[in-house]
Design a protein around this ligand. Structure first.
Ligand code: ZN
Length: 330
């Protein structure tokens, strides 16, 4: 019996050692691959929605490496402070792609520290709404309107193409055919993504237009309460009026006086809909749910998720369904 046990333990030990050896071998070859990639174009994106946009455009181009400055779980990055790890990543980057519109409040610090870093501002040329929470500031959540997101995609494509043309052949001494191939791939990726987002934009606009008609015919109430002003671009198109924006921190629950303020705003204006976001859902007090008639709906602002290329499309499809359910009873 003991002998059998010893043999069994021995076999298990061999299996474990083999697995560990295999894993470390795989890790080593992955690291070697990364080292090679470091000599190519290194793009850093500021946060999740910018990352998702960029990996769609650079898909299948092995000489472009894309990293996100922040974790995919970080969410919206208002008041974000750069860490030493971020600075290290940026010091090795060639291109830094930002959402713009004031989202990256640390931008001046980056430009000061890395004057040669190419910065691509995706909100260039977009008319921004005024922020509901920062007086005099812009509302940077443009990606949530698919029409504006399409402008961001085109901004990224145009600036990346320029960057490749201006610097790549000089820097890497690559032949013209090769970088033309890369630019063709960038353009065909962009076209494919714009086709998908365009289809989404049509569906979204149809819902928003229907809501807008119902609002102007006074068939539905046009007043909403929102948590976080990312919903502004869609509500604006739908003719909805944001009666109250609850300024929340995703980690801290609302204070008793804030809860009372929200409840009185909802009652005063007879508000039917409250739109929150997954990241803020837990911070909503049960008192708001219990003491008001307003129905609570969750909007996905596409600021968290996995590295899936289609995550923006999926999040926005879900938002179309939520808006239909909330405002059109569909
Ligand atoms: Zn935000």
């Amino acid at each position: 019996m003991k002998k059998k046990l010893i043999i069994l333990v021995g076999i298990m030990a061999i299996v474990v050692i083999t697995i560990i050896a295999t894993i470390s071998y795989i890790n080593k070859s992955n690291n070697e691959a990364l080292n090679i990639e470091e000599s190519k174009i290194n793009i850093v994106t500021s946060f999740y929605p910018v990352y998702v946009l960029t990996i769609n455009l650079t898909d299948g181009i092995s000489d472009i490496k894309v990293d996100s400055l922040t974790d995919f779980s970080a969410g919206c990055l208002h008041d974000y402070q750069l860490t030493t790890k971020d600075m290290r990543l940026l010091s090795n980057a060639d291109v830094f792609i930002i959402n713009g519109g004031g989202m990256e409040e640390y931008l001046a610090e980056v430009i000061d520290s890395y004057p040669h870093l190419k910065v691509i501002d995706l909100s260039k040329g977009i008319n921004l709404l005024e922020s509901e929470v920062h007086e005099g500031g812009d509302n940077p959540h443009v990606w949530l309107d698919p029409d504006l997101y399409m402008i961001q995609i085109e901004n990224a494509r145009e600036e990346l193409e320029k960057y490749i043309e201006d610097t790549w052949d000089y820097k890497k001494d690559l032949n013209k055919d090769y970088y033309k191939e890369v630019i063709d791939k960038l353009n065909s990726n962009t076209k494919a993504y714009l086709d998908d987002v365009g289809e989404l934009a049509d569906d979204m606009n149809q819902v928003l237009e229907t809501v807008n008609n119902m609002v102007s015919e006074k068939n539905i109430s046009n007043k909403v309460v929102v948590f976080h002003d990312s919903f502004a671009y869609l509500s604006n198109k739908a003719g909805l009026e944001v009666a109250y924006t609850v300024e929340v921190d995703e980690d801290t629950p609302l204070s008793a006086s804030e809860v009372a303020e929200v409840i009185s705003a909802i009652k005063l204006e007879n508000i039917q809909y409250l739109f929150t976001e997954e990241q803020y859902d837990d911070t909503i007090s049960d008192r708001i749910r219990d003491e008001t008639e307003a129905k609570i709906y969750i909007i996905d602002s596409a600021v968290t998720g996995d590295a899936d290329k289609d995550s923006y499309l999926k999040a926005m499809r879900k938002n179309i369904d939520t808006l239909k359910k909330a405002l059109l009873n569909l």
